[in-house]
Design a protein around this ligand. Structure first.
Ligand code: NAP
Length: 290
């Protein structure tokens, strides 16, 4: 009998499963997409059972699960239930990837981009929009690389709460909460930073050029906002390492190209075995091979 078709269950916490994730999955080699919207931790178990109890262990590498949705915390809860429902002890398992709102692949691409130009060990890094899903993952990866990471928020208490969570996950990580609600606070947060990640919301300027221009320690600006105006003033979305006023700049479109490569390679990898769990660490490792 010919090889089984590659089936991807796309489990999305949003009412409408993401068309972006569907298209990437098909382009990355899934033959059949089973798309489910409004997936919740309490409704996901039968979907997983359907995936693992149909094909036998030999064919299960041809079935995989992708978990997405704009509510990253909810998607993580779904991921936890999915993992608990698998029965690897009997070979009844499928590979699983989590990339809610693109946060894992985007953060992996952002940090990998910087690492190609700047050692992060010992560097001071500022993450603007650092309390969002992408910023949190950038902070985690940068701290894992040995950076001292400042998590910026408009509210100090919010940054502190996120720092506490990151610290629990990475006890040796060096994190600092910083409030950036005013220009003077932003200027202070930028002091002696080598790298700034702009991870604020789409269409919102989080750093005016006047604040970073002439900041002598600054080496790299990376902005993830592709919707005008740019998040970091002076960085163009297509910048891919261009020097602007002596600072190397990366924009959202350039970083997005690597994000797409990581996303596609990860989907393809899901179909190579039945026991992969692709989350932020695994996707970041994968990015090193591309
Ligand atoms: N290129 C790609 O492939 C790709 C993929 C995914 C995402 N992205 C981009 O990555 C960026 C980050 O995504 P995300 O989902 O993590 O962002 P997000 O959750 O929408 O926002 C991040 C943080 O920005 C702060 N913020 C909200 N409104 C603000 C405002 N008006 N002014 C200043 N700060 C504000 C909030 O922090 P506080 O309330 O704590 O201040 C929030 O936690 C976005 O620009 C998104 O478009 C790019």
């Amino acid at each position: 009998m010919s090889e089984k078709r590659r089936i991807l269950l796309q489990l999305d916490t949003d009412a409408q499963p993401s068309t972006f994730d569907s298209i990437v999955a098909l382009d990355a080699g899934a033959d059949v997409l089973l798309r489910y919207g409004g997936v919740r931790p309490e409704t996901v178990v039968p979907l997983v059972h359907g995936a693992i109890f149909t094909r036998g262990p030999k064919d299960l590498p041809h079935t995989a699960i992708f978990i997405g949705g704009s509510d990253v915390a909810l998607a993580e809860q779904v991921r936890d239930v999915v993992r608990k429902t698998l029965l690897p002890q009997w070979g009844l398992s499928v590979s699983v990837m989590l990339d809610a709102n693109g946060s894992n692949t985007t953060a992996a691409a952002a940090v990998r981009t910087v690492l190609a130009h700047q050692e992060l060990s010992g560097a001071s890094v500022l993450v603007l929009g650092g309390t969002g899903p992408v910023g949190q993952r950038i902070a985690y990866l940068a701290a894992q690389q040995g950076a001292q990471v400042r998590i910026a928020s408009r509210q100090l208490s919010k940054a502190q709460e996120k720092v506490a969570r990151l610290q629990a996950r990475l006890p040796h990580g060096r994190f600092l909460a910083t409030q950036t609600a005013s220009e003077s606070a932003l200027r202070e947060a930028l002091r002696e930073c080598q790298v700034v990640f702009g991870s604020g919301p789409a269409g919102v300027r989080v750093l005016p050029k006047a604040l970073w221009l002439g900041q002598s320690s600054l080496r790299i600006l990376l902005d993830l906002n592709a919707v005008p105006p740019s998040g970091i003033e002076g960085v163009e979305p297509t910048d891919n390492g261009v020097l602007r006023d002596d600072v190397r700049c990366f924009g959202a479109i350039a970083v997005g190209a690597l994000k797409m490569k990581i996303h596609k390679a990860a989907i393809a990898q899901l179909f190579t075995r039945s026991d992969l769990h692709l989350d932020i660490e695994e996707l970041f490792s994968l990015s090193a091979t591309l």
